[in-house]
Ligand binder design. Structure first.
Ligand code: ATP
Ligand code: MG
Length: 184
């Protein structure tokens, strides 16, 4: 699955609707300190189901909602949508058949949070399931390599290292399903 666009609104510093097309094999995000480069990465992590505010450099999850600036009032909701090219049919489960997949997460200040896949309201885990075995999952994702990640892999305990390898080999989705079946 290839990411083709990131759409944000009310997310951190991206108060106005912003469409970031991801074109070609390599895209660089450049800009002065504090302009929002890392916020774009936070947005990707967030929509993929990140549930720890700390991972997104905040205290609480509501911190991802634009909280105002010198010239703008805070807004009441944040939304991020990722558009993927799925022409190779790599998305797991019922979504395999769609050539394009859009995943979206919306959070209101009152704490209401919703997830959508191709504009269908889904549970968080329906969304995260799509990415099992693609390397984009939240648990053992290796699609986002941040500072400190390389040393985490080098210093990983055998179990954790095995998790990375299983995700890369595409077998983690089967293990996850077995775990589910066994727990029923
Ligand atoms: P650097 O080059 O220093 O790494 P950067 O481009 O990665 O900078 P970010 O960390 O993405 O910058 O953006 C930081 C900016 O985002 C700060 O100005 C901060 O005030 C703003 N910001 C973060 N969260 C919010 C929020 N909830 N509402 C409004 N602005 C926010
Ligand atoms: Mg940064």
């Amino acid at each position: 699955m290839r990411l083709t666009a990131i759409k944000l609104a009310g997310f951190k510093s991206f108060v106005d609707p912003t469409h970031i097309p991801i074109v070609g094999q390599m895209v660089g995000v450049v800009g002065p300190n504090g302009c929002g480069k890392s916020n774009v990465i936070d947005a990707v992590r967030w929509v993929l189901g990140e549930s720890q505010a700390k991972q997104l450099r905040g205290e609480s999850m509501q911190d991802v909602i634009f909280n105002g600036s010198g010239t703008r009032k805070p807004v009441s909701r944040a939304s991020v949508e990722l558009v993927f090219d799925n022409s190779l049919g790599r998305a797991a489960g019922q979504w395999t058949q769609y050539a394009e997949i859009s995943v979206k997460r919306v959070l209101n200040r009152n704490g209401d949070s919703s997830y959508y896949v191709n504009n269908q309201h889904v549970r968080r885990r329906d969304l995260t399931d799509i990415f099992l075995g693609t390397g984009l999952g939240t648990k053992t994702s290796y699609a986002i390599i941040e500072q400190g990640m390389i040393s985490r892999i080098i210093e990983a305990k055998p179990d954790e290292l095995r998790g990375f390898l299983e995700e890369a080999a595409g077998i983690s989705k089967y293990k996850e399903r077995r775990r589910e079946t066994e727990s029923r």
